[in-house]
Ligand binder design. Sequence first.
Ligand code: 8YV
Length: 325
Amino acid sequence: MRQKILIARAVFPEVIARLAQHFDVTSNQDDVLWTPSQLIEQLQGMQGVFTTGSERIDAALLAACPMLKICANMAVGYNNFDLDAMTAAGVLGTNAPDVLTETTADFGFALLMATARRVAESEHFLRAGLWTRWRYDMFTGSDIHGATLGILGMGRIGQGIARRGALGFGMKVIYHNRSRLDAATEAQCQATYVSKQDLLKTADHLVLVLPYSASSHHAIGAAELAQMKPTATLVNIARGGIVDDAALAVALRNKAIAAAGLDVFEGEPKVHPDLLTVPNVVLTPHIASATVPTRLAMANLAADNLIGYLLKGKPLTALNAAAPR
Ligand code: 8YV
């Protein structure tokens, strides 16, 4: 008998077709946002689920879905998974690393440049019909080339941003990470390891690329923002919750830092109302990995994990070693 899987959100039809060659597939092409109890209801009798970062997999869901064997996330981040609960329940978790590294690093740089050079703010000004003359100080921002680029979280995406900064823009790159990179990788990225405090104090532009967990919650709050240069730019392409958004809105309004670029938010898709009213912030709706080839590669990797594990016992990018249920 064919195994059953649920695709919890809308996804590329060709990926659904691939999965349908192997499984009985239920998909959510209407992209209904299910409540946790609706998700549990949908998962009854299913062996696998294709998730995005939006579906929470926790102990309550696992207990209510005894047939479930694998949750395959179409995302590199997996803070929507309670991995300990999954391991305890014998459920495998997989993510989608590598395929989005360069695309996401590109976007980190796009947001950094838009923020430091005030692209969004000046475009709004022009569209509002306010551009009547040239002025020497109109929308003056800060330079990217030759500046000090700070990176908090130096995994694959952080390294991609470091390479872009050092090799493309002649930036001095400093980073802080839970563990220091080996010398060869540091040399390849032309990046120097510093303490978090030195990173905050020295960076002209600080990009956040660390995973979200209890220990990174509000890694950038009022105290950290106060240590940054008043001319500094902050970019968050990691996860909402790493930055204290309320504290950031205050810092932006008071010009404690010059500007911020945010692709992720605490409680997204809601955005802190104060961030919507400060001019010196560029806001994008969690699109750092959003190119067609990359999103397709992410979806195909999640599909490959479902096929690999449920049919051959061999997932490609496992997050835990779950003794099968
Ligand atoms: C996804 C992301 O678009 O991969 C991640 O961790 O944040 C994004 O690339 C998002 O999580 C949807 O699954």
